[in-house]
Design a binder for this molecule. Sequence first.
Ligand code: UVW
Length: 319
Amino acid sequence: MSGPDREALARLLADCPIRWGHWGPEDEVGALNYLTPDEVRAGLATVRDGRTFTLGAPLATPQGDPVFPGRWAARRFVVADKAGFRAGHWQPLPGGLEFADDYVTGFAQASTHCDALGHMWYGDRLWNGYCADCSNGGMRKAGIEPIAARGIVGRCLLLDIARHRGRDALGRAETFDHRDLLACAAAQGVAIAPRTILMLRTGWLGALLDGREAIGPDYWEPGLTFSRDLVAWFDAMQIPCLVTDTLANETTYEPRTGVMLPLHGALMRNLGVVFTEAAFLDDFAADCAEDRRYEAFYCASPIKVAQGTGGSINPVVLK
Ligand code: UVW
């Protein structure tokens, strides 16, 4: 696909709502402000039998992690292990204690992760109007630390788009929008309440992890597709956080203009919606399909990378 001009995204989003200043000039957590103590209690009220699910995909796997093309997977290097003690590279601590140590390196946006609000921008302004030069040498504004300090806690709702379409997983470039979310919710017998942490399952990550999908040079993922109505819906519903089982939380290109990742601009930069990507939703989704309960309590916090653009996250969901 040939690239659109550099102003195409700004034109596409020209009439979309922007929430800069809504939570004051110093805000760095955006729509997470919607997750008030009342919302946390509403989330807790969904918990009935104490079953728990974690959504983190493996990190630093030998076969390579789910990462967007252009990034590379996290790597783990063994620094200390029993073999090292046997070979005399390491000496036991006084008293005899031995240890295993790892060194892990990789992109903040590798495998399951949460994006800082300043992670992507256009027109030299990032979330809340901060100058994009705040990103120089580390995110001095709208980095991941304020999100990690606050945590992402509230009521979540799984919308299982793949199951709703009668499939294990959506295909390459397959799209859906807010009307599909409403139809899926209706089919699941649940209403989408305002201020809900939205979890959208495409089945894509499960397919990748078991080898039915691959990230090739013509990668184009399934997911939400941009429209002004969709952005207005997210704004009106006060969605604090979007969680999906794809790498970018949206289909890679806006089909009519070829603009890449417009919802990163419209939702993350302009509305302050926090993105959690590459979450493994299949086990939780199977449970929801069985008991027909799609709402749950969601509790997560990314790792606190100093001035980071994002951080690994392993959300815990309770039913
Ligand atoms: C992409 O993969 C581009 O998404 P993000 O950078 O938001 O993780």
